[in-house]
Ligand binder design. Structure first.
Ligand SMILES: CC(C)(COP(=O)(O)OP(=O)(O)OC[C@H]1O[C@@H](n2cnc3c(N)ncnc32)[C@H](O)[C@@H]1OP(=O)(O)O)[C@@H](O)C(=O)NCCC(=O)NCCSC(=O)C[C@H](O)C(=O)O
Ligand SMILES: [Mg+2]
Length: 302
């Protein structure tokens, strides 16, 4: 694994890797994904569930290193036999988090966490997919239910299907759900990730949805193919304009504080103290990107 002093984890990109496909597992070792989701669930056909578990264990036994990527395993729903077998298979695996699909209520989430804790003693990070109308409607109680949940990952295919929306490039049918989930996640200080873009060859539409996700408040976006990594990372990477503005804001607020004021003015714009938090976030992400050696993503402006 790349030597790192990172104490902040960017999650601009989360790459789903179907674990029954050996060449995808190998490929994932060298890709610029902030997180890798080793999928035992939706992308794995029923007849390959055991192959997928075996493939994952074999990949980790060869080396658990996936560059700087966070290692997340998505299991099948834990009330099913497949889910229980998944949990048993990964009980000793050195991973960073478990992703639970289709969470729809606080009660089931708590039960699943107890199931995980009964089999692993390391209080593993829990991540959840919200991907159904009920999940979206209950997002607030789900996010409130446990501090163990670090991250909410939208599942937009299942959701779009169940909402019966028309798929459009501007994703107008999904906007309410996306925003409700961002609201719930932010209310409880969780990281929140947009679902993937599925039109693999339509780069323009993918870029639009990355930028839309960023502007809606998401920390990053799931991806399903390596081709999507570069521009998804790019969309969530601060640009020089942001970095210069962040530095100016911190300096102006610090100076205002020294002079006994709480606010500052830059270029005729009022700078409130809460903007300092935004500025610090931008600089943390910028420093992390530099440390990852991805300086080429820091272009001039958005
Ligand atoms: C979509 C794919 C089936 C395309 O696969 P393929 O035809 O093999 O692609 P390419 O030949 O263009 O691949 C080029 C190289 O990239 C590697 N590759 C491709 N995909 C991946 C991947 N996901 N991870 C790692 N590496 C990948 C290939 O091996 C090629 O490299 P090389 O071998 O060196 O030549 C395929 O991309 C795919 O299956 N993607 C993932 C699909 C998936 O995970 N779906 C489920 C997740 S989305 C979801 O469930 C969200 C939620 O639950 C919801 O409901 O919305
Ligand atoms: Mg799904």
């Amino acid at each position: 694994m790349m030597e790192s002093t990172l104490n902040y984890r960017p999650r601009r990109t989360m790459l789903y890797v179907p674990t029954h496909v050996e060449r995808y597992l190998e490929k994932a070792r060298g890709l610029a994904a902030d997180s890798v989701i080793f999928d035992l669930q939706e992308s794995v056909p029923p007849q390959h569930k055991q192959t997928a578990r075996d493939g994952l264990i074999k990949a980790f036994s060869q080396s658990k290193d996936f560059e700087y990527s966070e290692r997340i395993v998505r299991v099948n729903p834990l009330h099913t036999e497949w889910g229980k077998e998944d949990l048993e298979a990964i009980k000793n695996l050195d991973i960073d988090a478990i992703l639970l699909p289709r969470i729809e209520s606080a009660d089931s989430l708590i039960q699943y966490i107890q199931q995980i804790d009964a089999i692993r003693s390391d209080k593993l990070d829990i991540m959840i997919n919200i991907e159904s109308p009920l999940g979206v409607m209950h997002a607030e109680e789900i996010c409130a239910a446990s501090d163990r949940v670090s991250c909410v990952v939208m599942g937009v295919t299942d959701l779009s299907n169940e909402l019966k929306i028309t798929q459009t490039n501007d994703r107008s049918g999904l906007l309410t759900s996306l925003s409700l989930v961002v609201l719930a996640a932010r209310a409880y200080k969780k990281c929140v990730i947009d679902g993937p873009h599925f039109d693999l060859k339509n780069i323009q539409a993918c870029e639009f949805s990355c930028r839309q996700a960023r502007d809606l408040g998401f920390d990053g976006k799931a991806v399903v193919h390596p081709i999507q990594l570069a521009y998804t990372n790019d969309a969530f990477t601060p640009k020089l304009d942001d970095i210069n503005r962040a530095k100016a804001i911190i300096e102006a607020i610090n100076q205002a504080n020294e002079e006994g004021r709480n606010v500052a003015v830059i270029d005729d714009r009022l700078i409130e103290p809460s903007l300092k938090e935004w500025a610090e976030r931008v600089l943390t992400l910028y420093n992390t990107v530099k440390e990852l050696g991805q300086n080429e993503l820091i272009g001039a402006s958005r």
